[in-house]
Design a protein around this ligand. Structure first.
Ligand code: SF4
Length: 112
């Protein structure tokens, strides 16, 4: 008899825990989304920027004769984090700026 009342209570407790976790995680989820949105609003790296020029960065990897691997682009570089649109993203070497997903520079390292 007591088993039939414990099971609904256990389910209720589990539901309350899940709801509490969801409420606790909500601010982090919204700040992550805000971070993605603000990253997309950052300016693009100018190929004439001194650091970009030193690294041979080009927004179009196919225009870079120094590139040896045909499939090497910023999109599959370990320093790259894609923006939601997938066309550009953040590079750890260019703080506060985006690089083209189809770009490339001499610091390219294959993403694991
Ligand atoms: S380090 Fe990687 S992501 Fe950054 S510009 Fe060079 S190839 Fe692109």
């Amino acid at each position: 008899m007591s088993r039939s009342t414990e099971a609904p209570n256990a389910d209720r407790r589990r539901l309350l825990k899940i709801a509490a976790l969801g409420i606790a995680a909500a601010p982090f989820a919204s700040s992550l989304l805000a971070g993605e949105a603000s990253a997309a609003a950052l300016p693009m790296v100018d190929e004439k920027d001194p650091t970009a020029a030193a690294l041979g960065y080009h927004c179009d990897a196919t225009k870079n004769p120094a590139r040896k691997q045909a499939d090497a682009t910023c999109a599959n570089c370990m320093f790259y984090t894609a923006n939601p649109d997938g066309k550009a993203g953040l590079c750890q070497l260019f703080q506060g700026k985006n690089v083209c997903a189809a770009g490339w520079c001499t610091s390219w390292s294959k993403k694991a």
